[in-house]
Design a protein around this ligand. Structure first.
Ligand SMILES: [Zn+2]
Length: 443
């Protein structure tokens, strides 16, 4: 593949010592970045490269989402008639657990393709997904959709006692083995567990043993609702993190999602074992489950990332939600200005880099060519010292013009080129009512 050169960008490099390069350029070859610098210098050095002039727009690493679900598309606008669910358990029982039983293989494919389109549109190039749907082969169907979209994803199947007899454990094992063998830089695997309250000791012991044998980490919901903690305290006489730790589920490769109702001593376990936590502020507000003590966890040295929990694919929006939520929660306008962007830019990069064999989240030589161009015209000077202000108050509302992942252009001029968005949405509209008819038959 010929060398490609993005020129005249306001380049934000990302990485530990992120800098802004006005009149910046990024040269990449195939799936890898070759060099980042000024347009003048790189034009001179790479005269044969094919140029893409971005006319002053912001060029930065593609966003990473460390907790996503690619199966909730068909629930959108299709609410259940009757009294609204009054708590989190009812939301699961009445909506999600019936939806995931009703999804067929074609639904799994299209309910993955839709959020993948939304990821591309919002500049999200890497996701870590957990799905409960359809069992054997469902992860391959989602992996095909990810490859078709040109994205990068870590996938797992959420085992619970509801689906263990149906092959949930085997589906994780099969897909982890596939990823270990293929070493595809666009695909990774984790061992999925739904949550402590849906996984009894017998299932948990079996999953822990299988994952250990495969060298895989876990992706599981943790203390999303108080009911999860109450269940653990009542049945196991310990908190959810303590229980997972006892079974060897903690560790550097594991991702504990939400961690809203965990004790401070459990935060210490996360920090000591280097287990990552993932904060999903919009989802938590939507489900009215509580506010994760993110600032405390960060102070304790827990690596806290940021996810959408399948509600959306727009990462700057999650960052801004976290920024606002923690200021209000603490009643303190001094907090979260640095921490919310840190979750999105620093910590999601660190988490993703534990799971993929290529270096993500930074524009630098040798890193993956996952690059986005954001259509943002700064109204004040824009530099390394005030980038966070632009990100929180301006770029959060800007649209993404171009999305490139693994060196492949997935969207340019705000038009998705990797997938036929119209045709995918039309097919999804055709499938959704049929899936809902099956779901209602389960009432
Ligand atoms: Zn989730």
């Amino acid at each position: 593949m010929a060398q490609q050169l993005i020129v005249n960008g306001l380049v934000v490099t990302g990485g530990d010592s992120s800098t802004v390069i006005p009149g910046g350029a990024v040269c990449y070859d195939g799936a890898t970045i070759v060099e980042v610098g000024t347009t003048a210098a790189l034009e001179k050095k790479y005269p044969a490269a094919k140029q893409r002039n971005v006319n002053g727009m912001v060029v930065m690493p593609g966003y990473i989402c460390t907790h996503h679900h690619l199966y909730s598309t068909m629930a959108r606008g299709m609410g259940i008639p009757g009294t609204p669910a009054s708590n989190f358990s009812e939301i699961l029982e009445r909506l999600w657990w019936k939806v995931d039983y009703a999804l067929g293989m074609e639904d799994v494919k299209y309910s993955a393709l839709i959020p993948l389109c939304e990821c591309i549109r919002n500049g999200t190039t890497t996701i870590i997904h957990a799905g409960p749907s359809c069992r054997e082969g469902s992860l391959d169907v989602i992996a095909d959709a990810v490859k078709q979209a040109g994205m990068r994803a870590s996938l797992c199947y959420e085992v619970s006692d509801r689906n263990v007899a149906g092959g949930g454990v085997e589906e994780n094992i099969r897909f982890i083995k596939r990823c270990n063998k293929e070493k595809d830089p666009q695909l990774a695997a984790l061992f999925g567990l739904h949550a402590s309250f849906t996984v009894g000791d017998k299932t948990l012991e079996r999953c822990a043993g299988e994952a250990k044998a495969l060298g895989a980490g876990f992706h599981t919901h943790v203390a999303e609702d108080k009911a999860d903690v109450e269940h653990s305290l009542k049945n196991y006489k310990m908190g959810v993190v303590e229980r997972f730790h006892k079974f060897g589920v903690t560790g550097e490769k594991s991702i504990f999602v939400h961690c809203i109702h965990i004790a401070e001593k459990e935060m210490d376990i996360l920090a000591q074992t280097k287990t990552a936590a993932v904060h999903n502020p919009e989802s938590n507000m939507n489900n009215a489950v509580g506010v994760a003590k993110v600032l405390t966890m960060l102070k304790k040295g827990v690596l806290v990332g940021l996810g959408t929990d399948g509600m959306a694919s727009d990462m700057p929006a999650q960052m801004r939600c976290a920024y606002l939520l923690h200021r209000l929660d603490q009643r303190d306008p001094r907090v979260a200005f640095c921490e919310a962007p840190q979750l999105l830019l620093g910590n999601n990069r660190a988490i993703a880099n534990r799971h993929f064999p290529v270096k993500l989240g930074e524009l630098a030589a040798g890193c993956a060519a996952d690059i986005i161009v954001v259509d943002y015209i700064p109204p004040t000077p824009f530099g390394s010292d005030n980038f966070l202000g632009h990100l929180i108050f301006g770029m959060v509302d800007a649209t993404v013009d171009t999305t490139i992942a693994s060196g492949r252009v997935l969207m340019e001029g705000k038009k998705i080129t990797a997938l036929d968005e119209q045709a995918i949405a039309a097919k999804s509209r055709e499938l959704a009512p049929k899936m809902w008819a099956r779901r209602r038959a389960n009432d």
